[in-house]
Design a protein around this ligand. Structure first.
Ligand code: 8YV
Length: 330
């Protein structure tokens, strides 16, 4: 007698071949139209499912978990997992997995691209040109700030932060300083050519400040009015971490008033909405949360999320668990 396949909900569109792989193991409910489900629709769809593949847009909290007692795993197609209420998942015995490692270098590349576009005013220049306003060369036309040889400050020094540090130190001859909850080992500091400093020193000394820390309630508005006030008027700020780490309204004010030179933002408070004041200032480069969006990396993220579902629901051993404590002695 054939066993019925466990039901798995793939909450957002994914690569069709990844979906096809999952269909060999699971009874799949997919969302290839890529609608963003309301919390009610998510709950209704997850009822009776053993697993789900989520993205950062699906919130898994106590309400979802209590309505879906058969749920055993949520496999996030993201390294960040602030869309998961992990304590609630622990209490419900539901496993969370993420996609660490596969997006590190791609995201660090993007951080650098955004830093360069911001410091060198690339998108401002492009908008000017496309608007037909380029009529002559001028000595100060879109003159920005240098990247090479300057001081790169990094807040958050996990894998992606280290990737940024290596690019800055080894590729652009930058002095790298960082602040993090914990210091890197001396070996990693040497490899990244990075010096640990206090948060205040980081803010005061950085010519370019890159945010790469995970979101947590403690990191909410880690960059607000007071922190922006410590930064150099010539400094740039780049956020490839999470919306909510920066107070977007305070940042828009600082940009408008020239208290910092420019910002590059890939993530926003309340995205995909963007604070209207940020849209109104010219000295900010805005991108729609695409730091990990290279084709090979997005494929690798989808594959790892899918592999986690198979590894756990079929073989009992997830590949990249966030809360392995729920596995017990299994
Ligand atoms: C994702 C990300 O694209 O991995 C992360 O934490 O922020 C991005 O790579 C996004 O979260 C969608 O899941």
């Amino acid at each position: 007698m054939s066993k019925t396949k466990p039901r798995v909900v793939v909450a957002r569109a994914v690569y069709p071949d990844v979906l096809a792989q999952l269909q060999t193991y699971f009874d799949i409910q997919a969302n290839q139209d890529d609608e963003v489900w309301s919390p009610e629709r998510l709950i209704a769809t997850l009822r009776g499912a053993a697993g789900t593949l989520t993205t950062g847009s699906e919130r898994i909290d106590a309400e979802v978990l209590s309505a879906c007692p058969e749920l055993r795993i949520c496999a996030n197609m993201a390294v960040g997992f602030n869309n998961f209420d992990v304590p609630a998942m622990n209490a419900a015995g539901v496993l969370a997995t993420n996609t660490p490692g596969v997006l590190t270098e791609t995201t660090a590349d993007f951080g650098f691209a955004l830093l360069m576009a911001t410091a060198r005013r690339i998108t401002e220049g492009e908008h000017f040109l496309r608007a037909g306003r380029w009529t002559k060369w001028s000595y100060d036309l879109f003159a920005g700030q240098d990247v090479h040889g300057t001081t790169l400050g990094i807040l958050g020094m996990g894998r992606i932060g280290q990737g940024i540090a290596r690019r800055g130190a080894h590729g652009f001859g930058m002095q790298v300083i960082y602040h993090n909850r914990s210091r890197l080992s001396p070996e990693l500091e040497a490899d990244c050519k990075a010096r640990y400093v206090s948060k205040d020193e980081l803010l005061r000394s950085a010519d370019h400040l890159m945010l790469v820390l995970p979101y947590s309630p403690a990191a909410h508005h880690a960059i607000g009015e007071a922190e922006l006030a410590l930064m150099k008027p010539t400094a740039t700020l780049v956020n490839i971490a999470r919306g909510g780490i920066v107070d977007d309204a305070a940042l828009a004010r600082a940009l408008r008033e020239g208290r910092i030179a420019a910002a590059g933002l890939d993530v926003f408070e309340g995205e995909p909405q963007v604070h209207p004041d940020l849209l109104a200032v010219p000295n900010v480069v805005l991108t729609p949360h695409i730091a990990s969006a290279s084709v090979p990396t997005r494929r690798a993220m989808a594959q790892l999320a899918a592999d986690n579902l198979v590894a756990f629901l079929v073989h009992g051993k997830p590949l990249t668990p966030v809360n392995p404590e729920v596995l017990g002695d299994r």
